[in-house]
Design a protein around this ligand. Structure first.
Ligand SMILES: [Zn+2]
Length: 199
Protein backbone atom coordinates (compact mmCIF):
# COMPACT_ATOMS: atom_id res chain seq x y z
CA UNK A 1 0.00 0.00 0.00
CA UNK A 2 2.28 2.74 -1.25
CA UNK A 3 0.74 6.14 -0.83
CA UNK A 4 2.36 9.40 -1.88
CA UNK A 5 3.72 11.60 0.89
CA UNK A 6 1.13 14.24 0.03
CA UNK A 7 -1.57 11.76 1.05
CA UNK A 8 -0.08 11.31 4.50
CA UNK A 9 0.60 14.98 4.91
CA UNK A 10 -3.07 15.68 4.39
CA UNK A 11 -4.31 12.76 6.44
CA UNK A 12 -2.12 13.08 9.53
CA UNK A 13 -1.75 15.88 12.05
CA UNK A 14 1.58 17.73 11.66
CA UNK A 15 2.92 16.05 14.81
CA UNK A 16 1.96 12.57 13.70
CA UNK A 17 3.26 13.25 10.21
CA UNK A 18 6.66 14.25 11.55
CA UNK A 19 6.99 11.04 13.53
CA UNK A 20 5.35 8.53 11.24
CA UNK A 21 6.64 9.79 7.94
CA UNK A 22 9.74 11.80 8.84
CA UNK A 23 11.01 9.50 11.59
CA UNK A 24 10.98 12.15 14.30
CA UNK A 25 10.97 11.03 17.94
CA UNK A 26 8.47 12.47 20.40
CA UNK A 27 9.69 13.88 23.70
CA UNK A 28 9.86 11.18 26.39
CA UNK A 29 6.97 11.10 28.86
CA UNK A 30 4.89 13.24 26.48
CA UNK A 31 2.76 10.55 24.85
CA UNK A 32 -0.84 9.96 25.79
CA UNK A 33 -0.57 6.20 25.45
CA UNK A 34 2.48 5.89 27.69
CA UNK A 35 0.42 5.23 30.78
CA UNK A 36 -2.50 3.60 29.07
CA UNK A 37 -3.31 0.36 30.87
CA UNK A 38 -6.54 -0.52 29.13
CA UNK A 39 -6.97 -3.81 27.36
CA UNK A 40 -6.95 -3.55 23.61
CA UNK A 41 -4.85 -3.21 20.51
CA UNK A 42 -2.33 -0.60 19.49
CA UNK A 43 -2.64 0.16 15.80
CA UNK A 44 -0.47 2.06 13.34
CA UNK A 45 -1.32 5.75 13.67
CA UNK A 46 -1.19 6.13 9.89
CA UNK A 47 -3.04 3.15 8.42
CA UNK A 48 -4.68 1.37 11.38
CA UNK A 49 -2.70 -1.86 11.02
CA UNK A 50 -2.91 -3.78 14.31
CA UNK A 51 0.62 -3.80 15.69
CA UNK A 52 0.74 -4.53 19.44
CA UNK A 53 -1.53 -6.19 21.93
CA UNK A 54 -1.91 -4.49 25.31
CA UNK A 55 -0.81 -7.80 26.80
CA UNK A 56 2.77 -7.20 25.63
CA UNK A 57 3.01 -3.64 26.96
CA UNK A 58 5.30 -3.03 29.89
CA UNK A 59 6.71 -0.10 31.79
CA UNK A 60 10.30 0.32 30.68
CA UNK A 61 10.79 3.61 32.48
CA UNK A 62 12.13 5.19 29.29
CA UNK A 63 9.19 7.53 28.72
CA UNK A 64 7.98 5.80 25.58
CA UNK A 65 5.35 3.10 25.29
CA UNK A 66 7.21 -0.21 25.37
CA UNK A 67 6.23 -3.65 24.22
CA UNK A 68 8.10 -6.93 24.39
CA UNK A 69 6.55 -8.26 21.20
CA UNK A 70 4.72 -7.17 18.08
CA UNK A 71 1.89 -9.00 16.39
CA UNK A 72 3.23 -11.46 13.85
CA UNK A 73 3.98 -10.02 10.44
CA UNK A 74 2.68 -6.56 11.30
CA UNK A 75 6.05 -4.83 11.50
CA UNK A 76 9.23 -4.74 9.48
CA UNK A 77 12.67 -4.05 10.85
CA UNK A 78 15.27 -1.85 9.20
CA UNK A 79 18.81 -0.99 10.15
CA UNK A 80 19.03 2.64 11.16
CA UNK A 81 22.44 4.29 11.08
CA UNK A 82 21.27 7.82 11.88
CA UNK A 83 22.99 7.78 15.29
CA UNK A 84 26.53 6.70 16.16
CA UNK A 85 25.25 3.40 17.51
CA UNK A 86 23.26 1.57 14.85
CA UNK A 87 19.70 0.89 15.84
CA UNK A 88 16.89 -1.24 14.49
CA UNK A 89 14.00 0.75 13.22
CA UNK A 90 10.47 -0.62 13.50
CA UNK A 91 8.13 0.24 10.66
CA UNK A 92 4.56 -0.70 9.89
CA UNK A 93 4.57 -3.63 7.46
CA UNK A 94 1.52 -2.28 5.69
CA UNK A 95 2.25 1.40 5.08
CA UNK A 96 5.93 1.54 6.04
CA UNK A 97 5.43 4.35 8.51
CA UNK A 98 8.04 4.79 11.22
CA UNK A 99 6.91 3.59 14.64
CA UNK A 100 10.06 3.51 16.74
CA UNK A 101 13.00 1.19 17.43
CA UNK A 102 13.55 -2.21 18.93
CA UNK A 103 16.32 -2.93 21.45
CA UNK A 104 17.63 -6.18 22.92
CA UNK A 105 17.12 -5.13 26.55
CA UNK A 106 13.49 -6.09 27.10
CA UNK A 107 12.13 -8.38 29.83
CA UNK A 108 14.29 -11.53 29.87
CA UNK A 109 11.46 -13.76 31.01
CA UNK A 110 9.52 -12.79 27.88
CA UNK A 111 11.23 -12.17 24.54
CA UNK A 112 14.12 -10.05 25.74
CA UNK A 113 13.08 -7.40 23.25
CA UNK A 114 11.98 -3.85 23.92
CA UNK A 115 9.94 -2.21 21.22
CA UNK A 116 10.34 1.46 22.03
CA UNK A 117 7.48 3.13 20.22
CA UNK A 118 6.30 6.69 19.83
CA UNK A 119 2.91 7.12 21.42
CA UNK A 120 1.91 9.44 18.61
CA UNK A 121 2.79 6.81 16.04
CA UNK A 122 0.01 4.66 17.48
CA UNK A 123 -3.70 4.75 18.03
CA UNK A 124 -5.44 2.62 20.58
CA UNK A 125 -8.45 0.41 20.00
CA UNK A 126 -10.14 -0.63 23.20
CA UNK A 127 -10.90 -4.30 23.55
CA UNK A 128 -14.10 -5.43 21.83
CA UNK A 129 -17.41 -3.87 22.63
CA UNK A 130 -18.48 -6.77 24.76
CA UNK A 131 -17.40 -5.28 28.06
CA UNK A 132 -19.15 -1.99 27.25
CA UNK A 133 -22.28 -3.91 26.33
CA UNK A 134 -22.27 -5.65 29.67
CA UNK A 135 -21.81 -2.36 31.47
CA UNK A 136 -24.66 -0.84 29.48
CA UNK A 137 -26.96 -3.69 30.39
CA UNK A 138 -25.99 -3.42 34.03
CA UNK A 139 -26.88 0.27 33.92
CA UNK A 140 -30.34 -0.49 32.54
CA UNK A 141 -30.95 -3.08 35.20
CA UNK A 142 -29.91 -0.64 37.89
CA UNK A 143 -32.18 1.98 36.40
CA UNK A 144 -35.11 -0.42 36.43
CA UNK A 145 -34.37 -1.41 40.02
CA UNK A 146 -34.22 2.23 41.02
CA UNK A 147 -37.56 2.90 39.39
CA UNK A 148 -39.03 -0.10 41.13
CA UNK A 149 -37.86 1.23 44.48
CA UNK A 150 -39.31 4.66 43.83
CA UNK A 151 -42.69 3.67 42.53
CA UNK A 152 -45.49 3.29 45.09
CA UNK A 153 -47.81 1.40 42.82
CA UNK A 154 -47.55 -2.30 43.58
CA UNK A 155 -48.54 -3.38 40.07
CA UNK A 156 -45.88 -1.17 38.52
CA UNK A 157 -43.37 -2.58 40.95
CA UNK A 158 -44.22 -6.09 39.79
CA UNK A 159 -44.03 -5.06 36.16
CA UNK A 160 -40.60 -3.55 36.73
CA UNK A 161 -39.45 -6.73 38.38
CA UNK A 162 -40.62 -8.65 35.31
CA UNK A 163 -38.87 -6.14 33.09
CA UNK A 164 -35.66 -6.61 35.00
CA UNK A 165 -35.81 -10.36 34.40
CA UNK A 166 -36.66 -9.88 30.74
CA UNK A 167 -33.63 -7.58 30.26
CA UNK A 168 -31.36 -10.01 32.06
CA UNK A 169 -32.49 -12.81 29.76
CA UNK A 170 -32.56 -10.77 26.55
CA UNK A 171 -36.28 -11.36 26.05
CA UNK A 172 -36.87 -8.59 23.60
CA UNK A 173 -40.55 -9.23 22.88
CA UNK A 174 -41.37 -9.45 26.53
CA UNK A 175 -39.53 -6.20 27.19
CA UNK A 176 -41.56 -4.43 24.51
CA UNK A 177 -44.78 -5.81 25.93
CA UNK A 178 -44.02 -4.73 29.50
CA UNK A 179 -42.85 -1.30 28.38
CA UNK A 180 -46.23 -0.75 26.74
CA UNK A 181 -48.02 -1.70 29.91
CA UNK A 182 -46.03 0.62 32.14
CA UNK A 183 -47.13 4.20 32.80
CA UNK A 184 -45.39 6.57 30.42
CA UNK A 185 -43.40 8.42 33.07
CA UNK A 186 -41.87 5.18 34.28
CA UNK A 187 -41.24 3.73 30.84
CA UNK A 188 -39.63 6.83 29.41
CA UNK A 189 -36.11 6.66 30.83
CA UNK A 190 -35.98 2.94 30.33
CA UNK A 191 -36.89 3.16 26.64
CA UNK A 192 -34.12 5.67 25.96
CA UNK A 193 -31.64 3.24 27.41
CA UNK A 194 -33.02 0.20 25.66
CA UNK A 195 -32.55 1.69 22.20
CA UNK A 196 -28.83 1.07 22.45
CA UNK A 197 -28.93 -2.48 23.72
CA UNK A 198 -27.02 -4.89 21.49
CA UNK A 199 -29.42 -7.82 21.48
ZN1 LIG B 1 0.73 1.57 8.93
Amino acid sequence: MKKPESFWEKKLTPEKYKILRKKATEKPFSGELLKNKEEGTYVCGACGNEIFSSETKFNSGTGWPSFYDAKKGRTKLKKDFSLVIPRTEVICAKCESHLGHVFPDGPKEKTGKRYCINSKALDFKKKGKKMEDIIHKTKIINLIKEKATKTKNRKDKEKLKELEEAVKNNKKEKINKIIKELPEDIAKGVIEFLVNVPW
